[in-house]
Ligand binder design. Structure first.
Ligand SMILES: [Zn+2]
Length: 264
């Protein structure tokens, strides 16, 4: 039984009884934590403002040896990320990011650097021009996959290991876990992508997030790079990431100007 203090990002909150909430945190030192915020559903709760999804907090928690779930003792907000919370497009990316972490990290243990990556991403999600958000998210996905040991194989054909020549067709297979040459893709299902798209993928995997804050890869490439969230990630997880569709829906509504209409 002990008290401990940690910086953490609130990944999810759910109701517990009439008064309390159960919160899932991604912490910088103690991995993924589940903790009860007593009274957090009450209007005047001291925890209520802090324990909201996507908040970056400093928490003092109590760990008991008898039960698996910790208890909040104190919780202060480091950053509420209002810029994400108050913008539906940015919020849709925030939901997606949280779902990725919740689904890839099943237990309490988290790999090194994951917390730092997620926190940096949240700060950038708040400030990056909206048009650069798809590029930023592809880079986040590739970095997260690298940290988790799931980086796609891009050095050559994942099957025969031959280098892919610029003049040859190249396929990307979420199922196989990387790129396929044209002869191997006959036996295995892959999606035709451009050589340029693979080069961008490598670039996004290796370039620091903050350098991508004003970058675009062009509409064609950005469309091709959707093989990562739409095929590669679902294959690694063995399930879909449901909030990915929400990003697309919000973007479509915004593009058509429908977002303002439905809110009016
Ligand atoms: Zn091959």
């Amino acid at each position: 039984m002990r008290l401990y203090k940690t910086d953490a990002i609130v990944l999810s909150d759910s109701e517990l009884g009439d008064q309390d909430k159960i919160i899932t945190l991604l912490s910088d030192q103690y991995g993924k934590i589940r903790a009860v915020a007593k009274g957090a559903r009450r209007l005047k709760s001291r925890f209520a403002p802090a324990v909201q999804m996507l908040s970056y907090v400093n928490a003092v928690l109590y760990r008991s040896q008898r039960i698996e779930v910790d208890t909040f003792n104190e919780c202060k907000i480091n950053s509420p990320f209002l810029g994400i919370r108050n913008d539906l497009v940015r919020l849709s990316y925030g939901y997606y990011l949280v779902e990725l972490i919740m689904k890839f990290i099943r237990g309490a243990e988290t790999p090194p650097f994951l917390f730092d990556l997620v926190l940096k991403m949240l700060f950038l999600l708040e400030t990056t021009p909206e048009k650069s958000l798809p590029v930023l998210m592809r880079s986040f996905e590739l970095k997260m996959l690298t940290i988790l040991g799931y980086r796609p194989y891009l050095a050559g054909c994942v099957d025969c290991h031959r280098r892919i020549e610029k003049s040859r067709q190249v396929y990307f297979s979420g199922y196989e876990g990387g790129i396929l040459c044209s002869s191997c893709s006959r036996k295995r299902v892959g999606k035709l992508v451009s050589y340029e798209a693979i080069r961008w993928m490598k670039f996004f995997a290796n370039t620091p997030l903050k350098k991508l804050a004003n970058m675009r890869a062009g509409e064609k490439i950005e469309k091709e790079l959707k093989v990562i969230p739409e095929s590669y990630i679902p294959h690694r997880l063995g399930e879909d990431v449901l909030s990915y569709d929400f990003i697309e829906t919000v973007q479509d509504l915004e593009k058509d100007g429908d977002l303002e209409k439905i809110i009016d």
